[in-house]
Design a protein around this ligand. Sequence first.
Ligand SMILES: Cc1cc2nc3c(=O)[nH]c(=O)nc-3n(C[C@H](O)[C@H](O)[C@H](O)COP(=O)(O)O)c2cc1C
Length: 388
Amino acid sequence: MRYLTSGESHGPQLTVIIEGVPANLEINVEDINEEMFKRQGGYGRGRRMQIEKDTIEIVSGVRNGYTLGSPITLVVTNDDFTHWKNIMGAAPISEEEQDNMKRVITKPRPGHADLIGGMKYNHRDLRNVLERSSARETAARVAVGAVAKILLKQLDINFYSRVVEIGGVKDDAEYDIQTIKDNIDKNDVRVIDDSVAQQMRDKIDAAKKAGDTIGGIVQTVVEGVPVGIGSYVHYDRKLDGRIAQGVVSINAFKGVSFGEGFKCAELPGSEVQDEILYDAEQGYYRGSNHLGGFEGGMSNGMPIVVSGVMKPIPTLYKPLNSVDINTKEPFKASIERSDSCAVPAASVVMENVVAFELAKAVLEEFHSNHIDQLKEQIEAQRQINIEY
Ligand SMILES: Cc1cc2nc3c(=O)[nH]c(=O)nc-3n(C[C@H](O)[C@H](O)[C@H](O)COP(=O)(O)O)c2cc1C
């Protein structure tokens, strides 16, 4: 399973082609749209999220509600494009027209791809960089993840994501999976403990008032993953490694951890390794889940617990020093329409990115042309954990 996304932030559309989804999988576009809406929500987001409501159009690979096994193409139309037709259209325009539009960007924003992207591709209008480096692309990645989640749900593999920290305000208790399930999406900051939600909103408001932004930590929990997905043999097939790559590739994500993660540095080994137990019904299981569902780069049957840290949004109302690429003069970095905190939305992005990496690994492990073939193989794999 693989995918390619295309599209600029203010271009006509985002497009994604997904290859390798087994045939006969029932796809309801509303399930994909639900994830899209979730990504757009959350306290602290800017005006664009109010202007646009992302909806998916499926233009290939699905017929009468079922996948064909051929590449699936999903399209998200950018409603805002009507206002950007001249600036972002494919047709050539004169320099004069460009000047009239006054949209040429020569002032790179710190913390964005603007300056280095401009150097790398020799662009003199930094809009050529920011249109693609924008987190708008994460909408396409959520669409892919939504398809992956539909596939994995058929295998009884389910995803839950939550916010653990925003700007130092924490909801980092270790909840059992039932508590997470019961309290998911209860508030607009996506925390389990409702009493923390207002403190987080206050923190976001305070940052906004100060012209600043804040980041945080998000967590994805995956339930029902069969044992043995991944590899202890090959570095590039280790599932934790692949998930880590996927997570850190999300815009603004600066770190990833599994289970106790960085706390492992201070805990003794006896509080980090999970003891092996057995019962006839569920087979082998662990007495705890400090390692977040992984041993030796493979899933061990316990819930996968992944955390990711997002830096504060780089576009600030409180401007930072930068240098104009034409005049080489210093300036205070300009403000584009921007979020003050996108951590709740980022938790949705991460959940879907993890879903894609897991679906990809599952389909490599159990090559399947159609969904029933895949289900049979997963069932057999679950039996191994009991009969071994
Ligand atoms: C869901 C989401 C929304 C984001 N919204 C914004 C935004 O409104 N303004 C902004 O400057 N950066 C935003 N970012 C972060 C930037 O896209 C990102 O920091 C930038 O592309 C540079 O990439 P890097 O931080 O990975 O180096 C957002 C990121 C995510 C995941």
